[in-house]
Design a protein around this ligand. Structure first.
Ligand SMILES: [Zn+2]
Length: 415
């Protein structure tokens, strides 16, 4: 007994330093319990995070007419821990908890909070899934039909983009219009949504993209055209009857095919002209899982320029305000590319000049990695230039000494 106790204490002592760094600190607000690590960025920003999320809570509950009794757990994760626990970057909902990546990182939520809109997406998931359904995480195939998860996802998109972030409505329809022009959208897609989604579930990324693109447009159309009240009624009935097509007919008093036709003609006639192929190409580029760290380490700026050009193009067609940021970022990457060419030729002065121009382009928090990378390049160039100056000084000294020695020898010989 005592021996085991001793061993247990030893193990505990060895483990404590590791466990300690992972302990969550909490702070409660009116509707949330926030969890974050001591000394993390989340801890530093917690008051403004609380303000933003409480505001989002008020907006969403009033927009969706939801009364929710429980306090929501909101975990604010550092980058490494999020990747370890979930295997990707971003945000996720489980039961009554939201997990958000909150760190200095271009894929995290930190930028969204600094810009003042925070997270409305996962918050919508918690509120709708716990009051109307379907539950998250759910049994995707058996318990509820897949179309209900589709609507659950799309209402969260709509609330976050349109209600919270106030994006123009055109942003929700661009991808669907591009799909409509390149692949067509079948008229029976909504009445047979479960079958369509089921057959695409284990297929490639592109199919998920196809339904997401169509989904956000379809749901936005229903809400904009027939109102949010009707949509909520339809959503609740879908969950109750576990069938979205049946509920759609009942609530909208119209066949899904007819509404789909109206929606398609709206996309065709009311949404601005687009270059569908260019949009699909840009979206595919964005969906490639690009490893920014690796590209920076290899100084492969061409790939990064391509990626940011795709973002820039999509921001342009979506008419969002991140456009100018992307524009400046692309300019910065081009300076890095130019600097690299000078560097490779050994012209460190010109390289340094380019790097200093690039540095100014990465002011936005989303580009912190590029900023740090550029600062390192600047330091590297400055060091090389300094060493060269030292070498030059050494050389002059060397030269003087040799002349002196020769003079002394000559002097001695003459004597
Ligand atoms: Zn979601």
């Amino acid at each position: 007994m005592y021996k085991n106790f001793g061993i247990a204490m030893l193990v505990l002592l060895l483990v404590i330093p590791y466990v300690h760094s992972e302990v969550w600190v909490t702070k409660e607000s009116e509707h949330f319990i926030f969890y974050f690590e001591q000394g993390s960025k989340a801890e530093r920003d917690i008051d403004s995070i609380i303000n933003i999320e409480e505001r989002n809570y008020r907006i969403i509950t009033s927009y969706l007419n939801i009364e929710y009794k429980k306090k929501i757990n909101c975990y604010l994760y550092p980058e490494k821990r999020f990747k370890e626990d979930f295997g990707f970057y971003g945000g996720i909902t489980k039961n009554n908890s939201i997990y958000l990546l909150y760190d200095d990182f271009d894929r995290g939520f930190i930028g969204a909070f600094r810009k003042g809109y925070g997270d409305g997406h996962e918050l919508t998931h918690v509120l709708t899934s716990n009051t109307w359904g379907p539950p998250i995480p759910g049994d995707y195939i058996n318990e509820y039909p897949p179309s209900l998860y589709f609507y659950e996802e799309e209402i969260a998109h709509y609330v976050h983009n349109i209600v919270i972030r106030n994006d123009p409505i055109v942003s929700m329809h661009i991808i669907a219009k591009a799909i409509l022009e390149t692949e067509d959208i079948p008229d029976d897609i909504i009445s047979n949504l479960d079958t369509y989604i089921s057959s695409s579930l284990n297929r490639n990324n592109y199919m998920t993209y196809f339904y997401e693109g169509i989904g956000e447009s379809w749901v936005s159309y229903l809400i904009e055209k027939y109102g949010i009240k009707k949509f909520i009624e339809f959503y609740k009935l879908s969950c109750k009857e576990k069938s979205s097509s049946k509920a759609l007919k009942e609530v909208y008093e119209e066949t899904p095919e007819k509404i789909v036709k109206e929606w398609k003609s709206y996309l065709k006639n009311e949404i601005k002209e687009i270059d569908a192929e260019k949009i699909i190409e840009a979206e595919k580029k964005i969906m490639e899982d690009v490893n920014v760290d690796e590209l920076l380490e290899n100084r492969n700026y061409e790939e990064l320029i391509e990626l940011h050009n795709a973002w820039k193009y999509m921001a342009e067609v979506h008419e969002t305000n991140i456009l100018w940021c992307e524009e400046v970022c692309v300019r910065g990457l081009k300076f890095l590319q130019e600097g690299k060419n000078f560097y490779n030729k050994g012209d460190y002065d010109s390289a340094l000049e380019c790097y200093k121009k690039a540095e100014k382009s990465f002011f936005d928090i989303s580009f912190k990695k590029y900023f740090e990378h550029t600062e390192n390049l600047i330091r590297e160039c400055e060091k090389i230039n300094e060493n060269k100056k030292m070498e030059k000084k050494d050389f002059v000294l060397y030269f003087v000494v040799i002349i002196l020695v020769i003079s002394i020898i000559v002097f001695i010989k003459i004597k």
